[in-house]
Write a protein that binds this ligand. Structure first.
Ligand SMILES: Cc1cc2nc3c(=O)[nH]c(=O)nc-3n(C[C@H](O)[C@H](O)[C@H](O)COP(=O)(O)OP(=O)(O)OC[C@H]3O[C@@H](n4cnc5c(N)ncnc54)[C@H](O)[C@@H]3O)c2cc1C
Length: 465
């Protein structure tokens, strides 16, 4: 009954809005890592904000769950539909405005990818402050919803820091917010900032006004190898003080070796731990970078000054996620640690944890400059949460976060209590109730679904409290 009512409403909004064709819907029901496959009743693809708002209203009236999806590159199954949801995709919300060269900003609809927005900015020697390896697929809506981080957080901050304005469609308030390019606007709590990182649980992003940053002409990428994590951490501490640093990443030998086989290329340097540092400036950099690199005392190093050389060195870092995906279905833990505790955490994962779990292949890499480690475990059953829980509990016990940048999604929703008190969880649930009182949007994402009218499961039966 509810679905029939929803279908009728969608047909009235636009005959091409909703499809129930399983050949189109089913491929969108598996997450990027292939760890989780869900199910959706149909797929709604609005073409503009008015259609988006009308779909959300129709879902409220028919009591149909909506699962929001952008590029479906979530690494925590945040975009995977579950139970009796209809997928609400931003695939047809693709418009990118002309860059505003006075305020240095750009407006884009939710379904535009990071690469598409950068293509509009590049002729003006501008770019987005956030960049990530999934740039060809990750959308502005998904990046806002997850408060995406990526490789340049160390310089420009995450997605929340790029937001000047937002149009958000909520079940309770309809379409709210504005796309003005104001750099300052202290009229009460910042709705755009609240929506950033809320993982589609408060509203559907229709469009965003984003800062643009200048492309700096001088750019050098350095790949450095070290004999131990502790030597690399000391090197990173020195590099991080350079005002020209725009990325500071780390990889270990296991991951580099996997990438070497995946790409069919010889390792460029031998080492146990690698740093990849990117330096950018409007002024000549050579002497500065050589000085910083020498001061960080690597075993060996390679520097690249031209675009091709820089891309080749970056490939060693960016191919990690795809190379690990070829090794098996990875359990991905994206943790943040106080930078001073990174070494202790990495030693625990590679030492006691790996020894207790000999069946697991462990691959570590991440954004060292932000204290962000991606722990990838290959060899566990997809629905076994115990290795995830052990790693996340360790990070939490050391004052870290169980989600540095990927979000909580469905996979980590049962574990939020590791880093949030019950009072904090209640506050987040109260925020959800204010924007989405009937729990229409993304049930089971971010917070375990409360029992009741719209209850669904997060991942597997028996895993929820
Ligand atoms: C190879 C690879 C590298 C990656 N590197 C990084 C990285 O460096 N840093 C990083 O932060 N992430 C990274 N990711 C994760 C992922 O790309 C980001 O989380 C990205 O922001 C997701 O964008 P998306 O459009 O694919 O969103 P989806 O995966 O479709 O959705 C993600 C979440 O956002 C919600 N959502 C989607 N669209 C909307 C909307 N319009 N309104 C409201 N909510 C919405 C979904 O419901 C879901 O909860 C990487 C992923 C891959 C595959």
């Amino acid at each position: 009954m509810a679905l029939a009512r929803f279908i009728r409403s969608c047909e009235e909004i636009s005959p091409r809005l909703l499809t129930l064709d399983p050949d189109i819907v089913a491929p969108l029901c598996t997450d990027w890592t292939r760890r989780v496959t869900g199910h959706a009743l149909g797929l709604a693809r609005p073409s503009n904000e008015a259609e988006l708002a009308a779909v959300v209203e129709a879902a409220v009236e028919a009591e149909i769950h909506l699962q929001l999806q952008g590029g479906n590159t979530s690494l925590v199954a945040g975009a995977t539909p579950w139970g009796d949801s209809v997928l609400l995709s931003s695939a047809r919300l693709r418009e990118v405005g002309d860059p505003d060269l006075t305020s240095l900003s750009i407006t884009a609809e939710a379904g535009a990818t990071a690469a598409e927005v950068n293509a509009a900015l590049a002729p003006h020697r501008l770019k987005l402050g956030v960049d990530l390896a999934s740039r060809e697929s990750a959308t502005i809506g998904g990046m806002v919803a997850t408060n995406a981080g990526g490789i340049h957080v160390v310089r420009y901050g995450p997605m929340r820091s790029q937001l000047l304005g937002l149009r958000l469609v909520t079940p309770a308030q309809g379409a709210i917010g504005r796309l003005s390019p104001l750099y300052k606007d202290n009229t009460g709590p910042d709705l755009a900032a609240i929506a950033a990182g809320s993982e589609g649980t408060l509203g559907a992003v229709a469009a965003a006004a984003l800062k643009a940053v200048p492309i700096l002409e001088e750019s050098v990428v350095a790949l450095l190898s070290f004999g131990s994590f502790s030597a690399a951490a000391e090197g990173a501490r020195r590099i991080r003080r350079s005002p020209a640093v725009s990325a500071l990443e780390f990889m270990t030998h296991a991951g580099m070796d996997l990438v070497s086989r995946h790409l069919g290329r010889e390792l460029p340097l031998a080492g146990a731990v690698y740093l990849l540092a990117e330096f950018e400036s409007a002024f000549p950099l050579l002497d500065h970078v050589v000085e910083v690199v020498e001061d960080s005392v690597p075993s060996t190093s390679a520097l690249a000054f031209d675009a091709r050389g820089r891309a080749e060195l970056w490939r060693w870092r960016e191919a990690h996620t795809e190379a690990i995906a070829t090794a098996g279905i990875a359990h991905k833990m994206d943790v943040a640690l106080p930078i001073a505790s990174l070494e202790e955490f990495v030693s625990w994962v590679e030492g006691p944890f790996a020894a207790e779990n000999p069946e697991l292949d462990v691959y570590l890499f991440g954004h060292l400059g932000d204290g962000n480690v991606h722990v990838n475990l290959v060899g566990a059953e997809p629905d076994d949460l115990s290795p995830d829980e052990a790693v996340l509990a360790k990070a939490a016990s050391m004052g870290g976060s169980i989600s540095a940048e990927h979000g909580i999604g469905r996979l980590k929703a049962p574990l939020v209590h590791l880093v949030r008190t019950q009072a904090e969880i209640d506050a987040i649930a109260a925020l959800k109730a204010a924007f989405d009182p009937d729990g229409i949007l993304n049930p089971g994402v971010l917070l375990p679904t409360p029992k009741g009218r719209h209850a669904t499961e997060n991942l597997a039966p028996g895993r929820l409290a």
